[in-house]
Design a protein around this ligand. Structure first.
Ligand code: ADP
Ligand code: MG
Length: 708
C-alpha cells in the first residue's frame, strides 16, 4: 500500500484501505489487529514503521530477509498472541540466512498449538530513545491520547501524560514537556531527538483515531525516537464496531436559559408554607429575607397566603407569566407538579425534592417521567435532589436551609450537593463573598457544564469555583471550560480521586489510564486550576477574587522571621517563581529604612522590629520596582490589627499582595479585618507562595490564549 497522506490527515484512498482492514477484522469477530495490520494502516498515513511483511514459509522468510538486508527481526503473527515476546515470539538481530532459518523454526515450534498466520520479517531498527504512544477510550471523555517514554520510564515510573482528543499543537507541546523524562528528549549527552517529527506522529495518531471510531484502543510500544525522524517498532490495536456518536451539544441558548435561572423576573414556589421548620417555609422565607428582586407566588392549595404573601392553589391559577418554579412537594406529587409548571409555560423548573434516581428503581422511573415531560415542553430543569441556586445580586436565594445575610460577591460556584454549598457559604461568609452558587443535585438536565458556561458570561462573576464528584458531559465540558478560562479563572476541586477504575483493560495504555489521570488531563487541557483540597480551593478563590494577577515571576518577600522567608523562597522556586531583584537605587532607599543589623534585601527580614510605617515604605519600593511582579508579607499575628489601615491606604498599582499570619486561627478578629479589607491571609507562607505561582501561571496562559 502506498502512503498517500497529506501532512497529518488520513487521505481518501488510505482511508478506504484502512477501513477494509477494520471491516475484515470485525467481520472475523476479532477485537484485535495484529502488528502487520496495524503497521499497514500506519504506513498508509506516512508513519515510518519496521514494515508489515509476513512470510508463509522458511524460504519466503529468507527471501524477504535477503531483500531487506541484515540484520532482521522475526516475529510470530497470530490473532491469538498479543504479547509476542512473552512466549518466545520475537527473534531480534538475526545476522544471516542461517540465523533466519533457525529463528523461523523456533517460532513455529513454540506456537504449534496456536493459529499461526505466518512469521513477520522486519528490518532491525537502530536503537533510539524508546517512547510509548497510545490511545484509550474514556467512557465519559471519549478517546484519550497518551505519551510517555518507554522501558523503565513507563513500567516503573509510570511517566506518561494524557490529553483528551482532539488535541491542539499546544496540547501536544505541553504533553512532551510535561513528562519527567523530557530532558532526555531535549538533549542529553549531546543527543537530542527530533521533537517536530514526534509532534507530527502524535498528531497523526490523533487524526487516525478520530477518523476511525472502530479503534477502541491503540499502543505503539515502542517507538524509537531519533535525532532525525522516528520508527514505530511495534503496534497493536483493539477494535470494535464503530459506536453511535453521542451528541454532547447543548441546546443553542443555554446561556440565555441559565440567565433566567439566576435572574428570573418571577418565581413560584410549589409547596411554600407558613409552617416553620418545613423546607417550604425555609425556601420562601429565604426569598423574602434576601428581598428577591422580582415577583413571588407561593403555591399552596390549603392557604390563602404564605408568610404574608397572597398564595395560589395551583401554579396554573397564577394570573401572570412565571419564569421559574421551585418544586418542593414530595416526590410522589412532583411529576404532576412539573407537568403543571410546563402547562403554565415556566422556563426553568428547580426540583429540590429528593427521592428520585438516588433512591432506587421507583425514583428512577419518576425522574425519567419528568425528563420526558420537560423535553416535550422545551423547558430546563435543575435537580432533582438539590438546594437550588443563590444569586446574591438579586436576592434569588432558593436554599433549603435558612441563609443569613450574604454579601454581593464576585465568586460563582457550582456544587453537586446542597449541604456542601450551604456549609461553605455560612463558614466563609466573613472572609469571602460568593455572588452565585448553584447546586446541581442529580443533574438530570442542567449540568455543571451549563452552569460553567453561564458563569463565564455573568459580569458579576470574576472567578468560578467547581466542586465536582463526576464530570458528565465530557468533551463539551472541555470545550466550554477552555472558553471560560480565557476570560476568568476556573478552579475545580474534584472528589473521588482514588476511586479504582472497574473497566476491562486490554491495552497497555488503558492500564495506565486511571480515571483521575484523565480528569487531570481534561482540567489541564482546558486551563482549569485544580485544587488539592478544600483549603487550597478557598485559598485560591480568595486570592483570585480579591487580588490582581502577578505581571512577572519576581516576588518581593517581606517578613519578620527569617525561617518563613526561607520557606517562602523555597516554595517560590519550586513553583517556577523567583525572588525579585530590586534596582540599585531602590536597594539604597531600602537600606535607609531597615534597621542596621538587617542585611538581606529580599526576603526583607525585619526580625520583630517591623512596624506599619516601615512595612508601608518597603511595600512602596516593591511597587516601584520593575522586577517585582507581586508581594508576600509575613505579619506578626499579635500586632496584625496595627497594619490593616496602613495596608489599605497603599496604591498597589495592580500588583498582588498575599499575606501570611502564622497560626492565624488564634487571631481571627484581626484576620477577618484584613480579609474584609481585601487582603487574603494564609496561615502558611508556602500556601501564599504557591498560590501566587498559580496566579502567575494562569496569567501566562491567559496572555497566550489572547495572542492565539
Ligand atoms: P511485544 O511487545 O508483543 O512483546 P515487540 O514487537 O514490541 O513485541 O518486540 C519486543 C521488543 O523487541 C521491542 O520492545 C523492541 O525493543 C524489540 N524489537 C522488536 N522489533 C524490533 C525491530 N524491528 N527492530 C529493533 N528492535 C525491535
Ligand atoms: Mg511491544
Amino acid at each position: 500500500m502506498n502512503s498517500r497522506t497529506g501532512e497529518t490527515g488520513v487521505s481518501v484512498t488510505s482511508g478506504e484501505e484502512c477501513r477494509a482492514i477494520f471491516s475484515q477484522a470485525i467481520g472475523e469477530n476479532r477485537t484485535y489487529l495484529m502488528e502487520h495490520e496495524c503497521k499497514e494502516i500506519l504506513e498508509s498515513m506516512g508513519i515510518a514503521t519496521t514494515g508489515f511483511l509476513v512470510a508463509g514459509s522458511e524460504d519466503e522468510a529468507v527471501e524477504m530477509s535477503n531483500t531487506l538486508g541484515y540484520p532482521v527481526v522475526l516475529k510470530i503473527v497470530s490473532p491469538d498472541v498479543v504479547h509476542k515476546t512473552d512466549s518466545g515470539g520475537v527473534k531480534l538481530n538475526l545476522a544471516d540466512e542461517d540465523a533466519v532459518r533457525a529463528a523461523y523454526g523456533e517460532i513455529v515450534g513454540a506456537f504449534k498449538y496456536q493459529h499461526i498466520i505466518g512469521v513477520a520479517v522486519q528490518k532491525m531498527a537502530d536503537p533510539g530513545v524508546e517512547a510509548i504512544i497510545g490511545v484509550t477510550r474514556d467512557p465519559n471523555f471519549g478517546p484519550v491520547l497518551m505519551f510517555g517514554l518507554g522501558g523503565i520510564f513507563v513500567e516503573v515510573l509510570k511517566d506518561v501524560t494524557f490529553r483528551v482528543l482532539p488535541v491542539t499543537l499546544q496540547d501536544i507541546d505541553e504533553m512532551i514537556q510535561e513528562i519527567k523524562g523530557y530532558p532526555l528528549l531535549k538533549g542529553y549527552r549531546g543527543k537530542a531527538v527530533d521533537i517536530d517529527a514526534l509532534k507530527n506522529l502524535l498528531l497523526k495518531i490523533s487524526e487516525l483515531v478520530l477518523t476511525f471510531p472502530e479503534i477502541r484502543e491503540l499502543d505503539l510500544n515502542p517507538v524509537f525516537l531519533y535525532p532525525r525522524g522516528n520508527m514505530t517498532v511495534d503496534a497493536r490495536m483493539f477494535v470494535s464496531p464503530a459506536p453511535e456518536a453521542v451528541s454532547q451539544q447543548a441546546s443553542g441558548n443555554t446561556v440565555e436559559q441559565m440567565r433566567t435561572l439566576f435572574y428570573p423576573g418571577s418565581i413560584a414556589v410549589l409547596g411554600a408554607t407558613s409552617v416553620e421548620g418545613k423546607l417550604g417555609y425555609n425556601v420562601f422565607r429565604n426569598l423574602l429575607f434576601h428581598k428577591f428582586a422580582g415577583k413571588l407566588y407561593p403555591i399552596n392549595p390549603k392557604s390563602e397566603s404564605v408568610q404574608g404573601v397572597k398564595a395560589y392553589r395551583s401554579i396554573t391559577e397564577v394570573p401572570d407569566p412565571v419564569d421559574l418554579a421551585i418544586v418542593l412537594v414530595p416526590a410522589s406529587a412532583a411529576v404532576t407538579a412539573v407537568e403543571e409548571c410546563c402547562r403554565k409555560g415556566v422556563k426553568i423548573i428547580v426540583v429540590e425534592t429528593a427521592g428520585f434516581a438516588e433512591t432506587g428503581a421507583d425514583g428512577k422511573a419518576a425522574q425519567e417521567k419528568i425528563r420526558e415531560i420537560i423535553k416535550a415542553h422545551g423547558c430546563r430543569l435543575l435537580g432533582p435532589n438539590c438546594s437550588g441556586v443563590i444569586n446574591t445580586h438579586v436576592g434569588n436565594v432558593q436554599s433549603i436551609g435558612l441563609v443569613e445575610e450574604l454579601g454581593k460577591g464576585n465568586i460563582g460556584m457550582t456544587a453537586q450537593a446542597g449541604v456542601y454549598a450551604a456549609g461553605i457559604l455560612t463558614g466563609l461568609r466573613h472572609v469571602m463573598n460568593f455572588g452565585i452558587v448553584a447546586t446541581i443535585g442529580n443533574k438530570m438536565d442542567i449540568s455543571e457544564t451549563d452552569i460553567l458556561e453561564y458563569l463565564g458570561s455573568d459580569d458579576h462573576i470574576d472567578v468560578v469555583a467547581m466542586y465536582m464528584e463526576d464530570v458528565k458531559s465530557g468533551r463539551r465540558f472541555i470545550d466550554v471550560a477552555s472558553e471560560v478560562t480565557k476570560k476568568k479563572p476556573v478552579i475545580a476541586l474534584k472528589g473521588g480521586r482514588t476511586a479504582a477504575g472497574t473497566k476491562v483493560v486490554s491495552s497497555h495504555t488503558a492500564s495506565l489510564a486511571g480515571n483521575d489521570e484523565i480528569n487531570s488531563a481534561a482540567f489541564r487541557q482546558s486551563g482549569i486550576i485544580r485544587a488539592r483540597d478544600n483549603e487550597h480551593l478557598f485559598g485560591l478563590l480568595k486570592a483570585f477574587a480579591r487580588q490582581p494577577l502577578p505581571r512577572g515571576d519576581g516576588i518581593l518577600v517581606i517578613t519578620y522571621t527569617g525561617s518563613l522567608g526561607v520557606a517562602a523562597t523555597d516554595t517560590l522556586y519550586l513553583n517556577g517563581m523567583r525572588l525579585a531583584e530590586l534596582e540599585p537605587e531602590l536597594k539604597e532607599r531600602l537600606k535607609g529604612i531597615l534597621p542596621d543589623y538587617v542585611t538581606s534585601l529580599n526576603p526583607v527580614d525585619y526580625s520583630f522590629s517591623m512596624d506599619a510605617e516601615q512595612l508601608r515604605k518597603t511595600i512602596e519600593l516593591g511597587i516601584v520596582s520593575e522586577d517585582v511582579g507581586g508581594l508576600i508579607v509575613v505579619l506578626q499575628g499579635e500586632i496584625l490589627g496595627s497594619f490593616v489601615d496602613t495596608l489599605r491606604s497603599i496604591d498597589y498599582k495592580g500588583k498582588p499582595i498575599l499575606s501570611c499570619v502564622a497560626v492565624k486561627e488564634f487571631m481571627m478578629e484581626d484576620v477577618i479585618l484584613m480579609e474584609k479589607a481585601g487582603f487574603p491571609v494564609y496561615s502558611t507562607v508556602e500556601m501564599a507562595a504557591e498560590i501566587l505561582a498559580d496566579m502567575y501561571r494562569y496569567s501566562l496562559r491567559k496572555d497566550r490564549q489572547a495572542q492565539a
